[in-house]
Design a protein around this ligand. Structure first.
Ligand code: ATP
Length: 365
């Protein structure tokens, strides 16, 4: 069991708040992503879990034990840095065995452990090579090997693939996820790449400006965003926002934008003032019969789909439709909306209004 519970942790550097009261739980064996833009507090959160920074306030539990103020060496957590954090003058075997030598383990036991880890990572044939001359992927495997060999309760990974080029990065991401599935060790992984987070994570925490915006599975985060920030940050192109002002009541199932009435999932709360109607590009479809109409401004061909930009009475929208469909610039088309996927946001707070769509969502509101 290696469950990690984060309760209201906060980190201040002088007057600067890097992480505001944040709470989430990483379940045993989960591959857990900390996602957000640069400077939002991901690395600081990860470093607090590993013990490399102490929280200003709040608590961290590992396996039910409070560890917030313990030094890193007393936490049984391995931190995997980017691949460059290896000892270049030592060979692969010595790099991997280093943590065990420091623990004072016997030579024969170390040999067995290193062989086992090399087998898991498929690097048996390079054990005697110096790390200096290795490819990026092999160095990354060695860095992982050094973390795995300790058999820690949990792994912390800070953008471990950040320095790799796109194609190789994708391969290593698959390899890492497969390795995790074989070992089942609780892993917390920092990334600013939403695609990486969606592909690899069992759960995702989305952070922005030192605050946890939402916490959930990739599907929950994508389909039921808790805030406008999350809706905008996740998905490419991101969610369309049609701004309007109005007054909505609990149980309302429609909104009116510039004279156009659009359906929404039944609201569980009322709101008034500056609001926004949010719909993802793939939830818009062309339909001759639809009353909601727009003019095609541009079309971007992407192979299996195309992204069409439309000018409507309610604002500009992007629709993702099949690339076999006709979308001629200047043409007026009808638009059908998959209304049960729509989220309405309060623009003043940035929060999604509670509705039949997003019941049970864990946001910061
Ligand atoms: P990145 O991906 O760019 O590393 P991040 O989300 O991981 O971003 P953090 O590294 O956690 O962000 O940093 C959050 C904020 O805290 C940043 O503004 C950073 O400058 C600040 N910060 C981090 N460490 C310190 C420190 N030791 N002293 C002062 N400020 C710090």
């Amino acid at each position: 069991m290696a469950e990690i519970i984060i309760k209201n942790i906060r980190k201040q550097f002088g007057d600067f708040v890097a992480v505001q009261e944040s709470s989430f739980t990483v379940e045993d064996g989960e591959f857990f992503m900390l996602l957000g833009p640069s400077g939002c507090g991901k690395t600081t959160t990860l470093r607090m879990i590993a013990g490399l920074e102490l929280p200003t306030s709040g608590e961290i539990f590992l396996d039910g034990e409070e560890i917030s103020q313990r030094p890193p060496s007393a936490r049984d957590i391995a931190f995997v840095f980017q691949m460059f954090a290896l000892y270049p003058h030592l060979n692969v075997r010595k790099n991997i065995s280093y943590p065990l030598v420091s623990q004072g383990m016997s030579k024969s036991k170390i040999k067995d452990k290193v062989s086992e880890v090399a087998g898991i990572l498929g690097i048996e044939d390079i054990l005697n090579r110096p790390v200096g001359g290795l490819s990026g992927g092999d160095r990354q495997r060695v860095a992982l090997g050094r973390a795995i060999v300790r058999e820690p309760k949990a792994f912390m990974m800070d953008e471990p693939l950040g320095a790799l080029d796109a194609e190789f990065r994708e391969r290593m991401a698959e390899e890492l996820r497969a390795l995790h599935d074989r070992m089942g060790a609780t892993t917390v992984y920092v990334t600013h790449d939403q695609l990486e987070a969606m592909q690899m994570g069992d759960k995702i925490v989305v952070m922005n400006n030192a605050v946890v915006e939402q916490f959930g599975t990739p599907r929950e985060i994508y389909d039921k965003p808790a805030t406008m920030f999350v809706a905008d940050f996740i998905g490419s192109p991101s969610m369309n926002f049609l701004d309007f002002e109005g007054k909505l009541a609990e149980n309302d199932t429609q909104v009116e934008l510039s004279g156009t009435v659009l359906n929404i999932p039944a609201l569980r709360e009322g709101a008034q003032g500056k609001l926004s109607y949010g719909v993802r590009p793939e939830h818009l479809q062309f339909s001759d019969k639809a009353n909601f109409r727009g003019e095609v401004i541009a079309s971007e061909y992407l192979g299996t789909t195309q992204i069409v930009t439309l000018d409507t009475a309610c604002g500009m929208l992007k629709a993702r439709i099949g690339s076999d469909q006709k979308a001629t610039v200047g043409e007026k088309v009808g638009l059908n909306v998959n209304s049960q996927t729509v989220t309405v946001f309060d623009r003043s707070s940035g929060q999604a209004l509670k509705s039949a769509l997003n019941e049970g969502v864990v946001g910061n509101g």
